[in-house]
Design a protein around this ligand. Structure first.
Ligand code: TPP
Ligand code: SF4
Ligand code: MG
Length: 296
């Protein structure tokens, strides 16, 4: 029998207030399994402020602070400085923010934290919209997706613009470590977290977090939809260490993108030509990633 590589420790408990099937809860759960108890988490406005600490309770066995929506990067730097002043060298400081709070409103603070070489971890859990306020489009919403602000009607076919490439933006800051992870691949996820925990300097995790109400699929399908995102190359798994790219899951023959799109109501309106155009863009992005890896 294959040995289970995921640590048994549970630092995220039941009793949280997420929707059934929420991918963002699994991001926190696997993250804390990899980091262990000596961790402080800072969270801006997002679903997780509601999920994690409905007053006066908490679902976490580590300290969790609320920071302003745009301030996660600055909050990581401030907590690191305070921990150093107190001689708490072994504590890991983690910022845990949504895609809206990272790729849009928190981008400046993230850039500052990376540029200052803060010794901390920034996690962007990506459910690809502003979910907590009712599924508004973010910079990380993929092209073609329905949201409440990118409707499907006579004038609109969902989001017209492409998804913002947060990993390319982070990579341009030359972080000590950056990686993509997906809750549907927990072993790969935890292995990367354990590795990044031992590295010093600014580190970043881009975590895919499927969201049943926002992506419009039924709640038992979170892992199935998550697997399809990676196995169609829509959301490839890779890491960047010291500027070197390494793809951590490669399929001989990826699945067609249509399988991922058809599994979700937010893409239900797309016609064959629109799906072919998305497939061509996914193929081109994958080619670019393979070329980056070959530079190693
Ligand atoms: C400065 C500021 N603007 C707007 C809000 C309202 N707000 C709270 S959560 C949220 C959505 C966050 O989206 P994202 O970061 O993607 O996290 P998610 O809700 O999807 O988990 C917004 C717009 C706020 N709290 N503060
Ligand atoms: S809206 Fe989505 S991200 Fe937010 S709690 Fe529900 S499933 Fe999780
Ligand atoms: Mg979001």
């Amino acid at each position: 029998m294959a040995r289970l590589t995921i640590p048994a420790i549970e630092l995220m408990k039941s009793g949280h207030s997420a929707c059934p099937g929420c991918g963002a809860t699994l991001v926190m759960r696997y993250l804390l399994k990899g980091l262990g108890p000596n961790t402080i988490v800072t969270v801006p406005a997002c679903c997780w402020t509601v999920i994690g600490t409905p007053f006066p309770t908490t679902a976490l066995d580590v300290p969790m602070l609320d920071c302003a929506f745009e301030a996660t990067g600055a909050s990581i730097s401030g907590l690191r400085a305070a921990a150093d002043m107190l001689g708490l060298k072994d504590v890991t400081i983690v910022g845990f923010a949504g895609d809206g709070g990272t790729a849009d409103i928190g981008l400046q603070a993230l850039s500052g934290m990376l540029e200052r070489r803060t010794d901390g971890i920034y996690v962007m859990y990506d459910n690809e919209a502003y979910m907590n306020t009712g599924v508004q489009r973010s910079g990380a919403t993929p092209e073609g997706a329905w949201t409440t602000t990118t409707p499907v009607d006579a004038d609109s076919r969902g989001k017209a613009e492409p998804k913002k490439d947060i990993m390319a933006i982070v990579a341009a800051h030359r972080p000590a470590y950056a990686a993509t992870v997906n809750v549907a691949f927990p072993e790969d996820f935890v292995k990367k977290v354990e590795k990044m925990r031992a590295i010093r300097g600014p580190r970043f995790l881009h975590a895919l977090a499927p969201c049943p109400p926002g992506w419009r699929y039924s709640s038992e399908k979170t892992i199935e939809v998550g697997r399809l995102a990676t196995d169609t190359n829509v959301f490839p798994l890779y890491e960047i260490e010291g500027g070197t790219y390494r793809i951590t899951r490669k399929l001989g023959r990826p699945k067609p993108v249509v399988e991922y799109l058809r599994a979700q109501g937010r893409f239900g309106h797309l016609n064959e030509a629109e799906i072919d155009a998305i497939q061509a863009k996914v193929d081109a992005s994958w080619k670019r990633l393979v070329a980056l890896e070959s530079l190693a």
